[in-house]
Design a protein around this ligand. Structure first.
Ligand SMILES: [Zn+2]
Length: 140
C-alpha cells in the first residue's frame, strides 16, 4: 500500500514536471528562443548528472533524477525570468550554471549535448549492472 502511494506520487510529480516544462517551452517558443530552452535544460541535466555521479561514487545513490534535473533547470533559467521582470543579463548571473556564458558560447548546444551523453554514460556505467563485469559461474 505504501509502495503504491509512493509510485502514484512519483507519477503525479512526473506529470507535473512535464506540464511545467511544456508551458515553459511554449513561452520560449513564443519569444523565438527555443534553443535557449534546450540550452539551459541541458545545463540543468548536466549539473544533475554530476551530482548523481558524485553520489554514486560515494556509494550513496539517489533516485530522484527528474526532481534534481527539473530543479536545476529552473535554477539555470532564473536569469531569463529576471529578464522578463525587467532585469537584463549581467556577468554575475553566471552563478546560474553559467547562464550568460552559455548564452554567448558558439556551438553551445553541441558542447552541452556531448557533455550530457558523456556524463550519462559515466553515470550508467557506475550504476547499471549491465555495464559491470559480472563473472559467470565457473562450471569446471
Ligand atoms: Zn538567457
Amino acid at each position: 500500500m505504501k509502495m503504491r502511494s509512493h509510485t502514484k506520487l512519483k507519477h503525479i510529480l512526473i506529470i507535473g514536471v512535464a506540464f511545467v516544462e511544456l508551458f515553459l517551452f511554449s513561452q520560449y517558443k513564443a519569444h523565438d528562443a527555443v534553443i535557449h530552452f534546450f540550452l539551459h535544460s541541458l545545463a540543468g541535466v548536466n549539473a544533475a548528472l554530476l551530482i548523481f555521479i558524485t553520489l554514486s561514487l560515494q556509494k550513496r545513490p539517489s533516485r530522484n533524477f527528474i526532481f534534481w534535473a527539473f530543479t536545476l533547470h529552473q535554477y539555470a533559467m532564473l536569469p531569463d525570468y529576471l529578464y522578463q521582470a525587467g532585469s537584463p543579463h549581467q556577468p554575475w548571473m553566471n552563478v546560474f550554471l553559467g547562464h550568460v556564458f552559455l548564452d554567448n558560447l558558439s556551438y553551445h548546444e553541441w558542447i552541452l549535448s556531448g557533455l550530457a551523453v558523456f556524463l550519462g554514460t559515466v553515470y550508467l556505467s557506475l550504476t547499471n549492472k549491465a555495464f559491470h563485469n559480472t563473472p559467470k559461474e565457473e562450471t569446471t
